[in-house]
Every structure is written in structure tokens, then in C-alpha cells.
Design a protein around this ligand. Structure first.
Ligand code: PRP
Ligand code: ZN
Length: 300
């Protein structure tokens, strides 16, 4: 039995837009999880890996201090924490290892509907309520705008109604929160999605091996997400053309077909989604018996 020190910890958002996707992703890496009684942990049953369920804003700090070895969090939080640590003379001791293509949102400046806004200069001498003070100030500096960032820890969207600010700078995903509060977007500062971060602290050999193994599985899961296995029959004469039509595939396997000298079977892994149009084009080029299968696991 391993000691708690030999188990690795992955920080995951406790409740929010990333939670379900994050847990699902780790389960697809082969991790079987049970919830602890206090609901703060998801315990890994079949691997020495536990998930720590925390506020997303705390994740980069936990990984930086190696309380957790890995974390899944929005790029917006990663960037804000990085800039905050640097501004306070600290050092962000984490690095980004994967982009996950979920949790898409943007950090944007918005104003009450009807505010006269022409361009960035409209922000001069205005107050902007935000939880993202560092990213916002950086953006204002870069653009030579003299505006005041007013820190709000949450419910940023009500700041204009409270008379605390003329603008807000907050995350927008569906746009529902802005619309419900009569706010419209005027500038985008950052496009965000969920990313995996890894601590830069030195780990024991056993832990490092486990982290590497988990990252390799994550890489495999991310690669197969769009990948398809395609099988078809092709006239030998059309092989070159058909090969060119296969999306994102390296060296397909070409096999003889019993009793049909002028035809071959082609099998290929396509690293991109295979659309109906592609199948129709392959058919026009002479392909027949087309079959597209999802790829479940891949290990390079
Ligand atoms: C963000 C933001 C808004 C909401 C916008 O908060 O502060 O409240 O999402 O999403 P919408 O455009 O789909 O309405 P989030 O849920 O990320 O919570 P947090 O920033 O407090 O972690
Ligand atoms: Zn948050």
C-alpha cells in the first residue's frame, strides 16, 4: 500500500463550467473514482491518483506550491494568477501542458446597453469592475488607456447598477449573464479554454513517473477525440487520388482483395473528423464499401 505522499493529486474545479468535463476526461484516462465523505476529494480506486475539488481560482496556486501535482483550470485563471504572482515578486511554478478544447469563454469588457462607446479611448477616466485586475491593467497599459480597475470578487455584473463602475470586465461564455443585466460587450481581452497545468516543483521519481504516465494517457485521449478509423475498397487506378482525399492520415495500409485484382482494401487512421462530404468525394473517386469507426484508445 502506498503512503499518501506517494499518491499524486490533481486539482479540479469543485462546481462550475469545467467540473463535469474535467472528471469525464480523467475517467477516460482510465481512472476509477469514488467520492470522499467530506466531498473534498475524489479518491482514485485503481491508481494512486486523487482529485482535489476546489475553487478554480485556487488551482494555479495549489499547483505552483505543489499541494497538487497537476490541475485542470481555465486559461483566464492561469493568466491572472501568473501575472499576480509576478507583480507581487513571486514566481509562478507551474507550466501549461495541454489545451483541452472545452470550457471555451472570453474575458471581455462590457458596458450598460446604450453607453456611448466608440473605441478604446472611451474607457479613459472610467472605472471598470473586475476580478481580473492584473490582466485588465496589463491590457489598459498596453493600449495607453488611463482607466481605474475596481476589484470585485464576484457578481461583477451588478457593479454599474450599484454605481461602483461604468464598465465591467468579466468572463463571457453564452452571454446570458450580460444579457440578463442589460450589458453589451465592447472589447475582448483574452480567449480562454480549459488547460492542464503541471507543477515545476521537483517530484520524487515514483511520483514523476506517475505524472508522466497520466500525461501520456491524456495525450492519447486528446488525440483520439477527433480521430476516426476509415476502411474502404478502391480501384488500384484511383489509389493516389483516394489517398489525397483521406483527411489528416499518414501512410494508409493497402491490402489485396481476394478475387479482385483491380481492387484493394484501404485502412487509415484519420486525425480529423470524417464528414459526409469526404465520404461522398471518396465514392465519386471510385471508393466503395466505406466504413468509418471511432477510435477508442491510441498510444503513440
Ligand atoms: C462567469 C462570469 C459570469 C458567467 C458568464 O463566472 O463571472 O458570471 O460566468 O457566463 P455566461 O456568459 O454563460 O452567462 P463563472 O461561472 O466562471 O464563475 P467564477 O468566475 O466565479 O468561477
Ligand atoms: Zn472562479
Amino acid at each position: 500500500m502506498e503512503t499518501p505522499e506517494q499518491r499524486i493529486k490533481i486539482a479540479v474545479q469543485k462546481t462550475g463550467r469545467l467540473t463535469d468535463h474535467s472528471i469525464d476526461l480523467l475517467e477516460r484516462c482510465g481512472l476509477k473514482l469514488t467520492q470522499s465523505k467530506d466531498q473534498l476529494f475524489l479518491y482514485g480506486e485503481n491508481m494512486p491518483i486523487d482529485l482535489l475539488l476546489v475553487r478554480d481560482d485556487d488551482i494555479p496556486g495549489l499547483v505552483s506550491e505543489d499541494v497538487c501535482d497537476l490541475g485542470i483550470v481555465g486559461l483566464n485563471v492561469v493568466e491572472e494568477t501568473r501575472q499576480r504572482l509576478l507583480a507581487n515578486g513571486g514566481e509562478p511554478r507551474f507550466r501549461q501542458v495541454f489545451e483541452l478544447d472545452f470550457g471555451h469563454c472570453r474575458l471581455a469588457i462590457a458596458a450598460p446597453d446604450g453607453t456611448g462607446y466608440s473605441d478604446l479611448s472611451s474607457l479613459n477616466n472610467q472605472r471598470i469592475a473586475t476580478s481580473y485586475v492584473h490582466i485588465l491593467n496589463d491590457f489598459l497599459d498596453e493600449n495607453g488607456i488611463d482607466a481605474e480597475a475596481v476589484y470585485f470578487s464576484g457578481a461583477v455584473e451588478i457593479a454599474p447598477k450599484l454605481g461602483k463602475a461604468e464598465f465591467i470586465c468579466d468572463l463571457v461564455s453564452t452571454g446570458g449573464t450580460l444579457a440578463a443585466n442589460g450589458l453589451v460587450e465592447v472589447e475582448t481581452l483574452l480567449e480562454s479554454e480549459a488547460v492542464v497545468i503541471q507543477t515545476e516543483e521537483r517530484l520524487s521519481e515514483a511520483k514523476q513517473a506517475l505524472v508522466d504516465r497520466m500525461l501520456q494517457r491524456l495525450d492519447g485521449v486528446l488525440q483520439v477525440r477527433e480521430s476516426k478509423y476509415i476502411m474502404l475498397h478502391a480501384p488500384r487506378a484511383a489509389l493516389a487520388e483516394i489517398r489525397d482525399l483521406l483527411p489528416g492520415s499518414e501512410a494508409p495500409t493497402v491490402m489485396p482483395l481476394d478475387g479482385a485484382d483491380d481492387k484493394v482494401a484501404v485502412h487509415a487512421v484519420c486525425r480529423e473528423n470524417v464528414f459526409w462530404e469526404t465520404l461522398e468525394n471518396l465514392k465519386s473517386a471510385g471508393a466503395s464499401s466505406l466504413l468509418v469507426l471511432p477510435v477508442e484508445k491510441m498510444l503513440a
